[in-house]
Design a protein around this ligand. Structure first.
Ligand SMILES: Cc1ncc(COP(=O)(O)O)c(C=O)c1O
Length: 401
């Protein structure tokens, strides 16, 4: 692996310009509560990190074990972990964490731009994709305040938009639990600020047919901006044919958002990015990059993107565990959203989701601890290591014995 030249002792200290940026993007007047929400995108991770920091270092090895002793299939993480090349790269640059990592951001943006066939000024890099979703919600609320999406879907953008005062129209999924693109398109008006599509859709796992989504976004983006959250796209069987960056290359008013938390196995390193039209990238970038992006995360991201062999291995091993989980669910005769394409399965448990979660926990497995409106008996079960799948199958059998 070629190591990029990234250490620049003359990097500016971004802290001095932060206030000006806040003003530029209209965040200067944000209340303490609003800023808390911005930080709150990573609440559980932050709590666990704070607990870790309070520990004496001789307890650090305990951090490799789940804190509550349960197999953690609740947060769609990828416990297969980062590429060995990403780990090696992080080790190499550990001692350079004293510097703000702006040059690294520029190099990573170039690398992503080359892979995606766009220019580097169309790439916005962030500490995980959550800050992008949060700022995007704020942007919706302050630019007409009308979002259309579906229920159930990932809450990042709709919740942030609602928090800042936008109206969100949740269009029901189809009978196959897909985004109802025709129904969404029929609702779009010149007053619509944005449409949010999650593909594959969290918590459902279904992927939208690539040609259908392309045609939808091409047409709808003539009237409003289309935001496609591709957090899990690299895990889908049809990757890369079903990624939608082509729309941005062609100049459509579309945003594609990705993360290193899923296939790259780096949720704790906090790294994500958006690809979008140049003007939108300039204003979104100014908002999400305040203070800069995590140095080691970016170093790891550069190495992980180059390790395409590892990415293919990740896709296959996650698909294998997903299929085993689906087989167990089918054997139990439960209804579920067919052909899931992320690292999770969405299943109708036949009981209130909390009762199911408690029963799974009593059998050693933690599943998603929340329900989406209209899906109160459904639960999202992440897939993990082969031993996690074994534990999950055993727990499912015990719950339905
Ligand atoms: C669809 C989707 N988008 C975005 C995110 C945010 O991920 P992160 O902030 O770790 O990049 C998640 C997290 O699970 C997700 O499921």
């Amino acid at each position: 692996m070629k190591t990029p030249d990234i250490i620049d002792p003359d990097q500016p200290n971004f802290a001095s310009t932060r206030r000006g940026w806040l003003k530029t993007v209209g965040l200067g007047g944000m209340s303490a509560g609003a800023l808390a929400l911005a930080g709150g995108c990573a609440t559980s991770a932050t709590t666990e990190t704070a607990a870790a920091a309070a520990m004496p270092t001789d307890h650090l090895p305990d951090l490799t074990a789940p804190t509550d002793g349960l197999v953690r299939l609740s947060s769609n993480e990828n416990p297969f972990g980062p590429s060995p090349k990403a780990v090696e790269a992080m080790s190499k640059y550990l001692e350079y964490t004293a510097r703000y990592a702006d040059k690294e951001t520029a190099i990573l943006a170039e690398q992503i731009a080359e892979i995606e066939g766009v220019s580097a000024d169309q790439v916005v890099i962030s500490n995980g994709s959550s800050p992008i979703l949060m700022v995007y919600g704020y942007w919706i609320a302050t630019n007409g305040g009308k979002l259309i999406t579906s229920m159930a879907t990932y809450e990042g953008v709709p919740r942030s938009a609602e928090y800042y005062g936008a109206e969100v129209d949740y269009v029901p999924l189809t009978a196959d639990y897909d985004f109802d693109l025709d129904a969404i398109a029929a609702k779009v008006t010149p007053e619509t600020t944005a449409v949010y599509i999650c593909n594959p859709n969290n918590p459902v796992g279904r992927v939208v047919d690539a040609d259908k989504l392309y045609a939808f976004a091409k047409e709808v983006s003539k009237t409003t901006q289309v935001f496609i959250d591709e957090a899990y796209i690299e895990l889908s069987d049809a990757y890369p044919a079903n990624k939608q960056t082509r729309l941005i290359q062609e100049g459509s008013n579309v945003v594609v958002c990705r993360t290193f938390s899923k296939i790259h196995g780096m949720a704790g390193q906090r790294l994500g990015y958006a690809i979008l039209p140049k003007d939108a990238a300039a204003s979104l970038g100014a908002a999400v990059r305040l203070g800069g992006v995590n140095h080691l995360g970016q170093i790891a991201g550069m190495a992980s993107l180059k390790d395409t062999e590892n990415l293919e291995k990740q896709r296959l091993q996650i698909a294998r565990e997903r299929l085993k989980t689906v087989a167990a669910i089918e054997e139990l005769g439960l209804t579920y959203a067919k052909n899931p394409q992320g690292n999770f399965v969405y299943v109708d448990t036949g009981m209130p989701f909390k009762e199911f979660a408690d029963k799974m926990a009593a059998n050693g497995v933690r599943v998603a601890g929340r329900a989406w409106p209209g899906y109160e008996s459904w639960s999202r079960i992440s897939v993990g290591l082969p031993s996690d799948t074994d534990a999950c199958v055993k727990a499912l059998k015990a719950v339905y014995a």
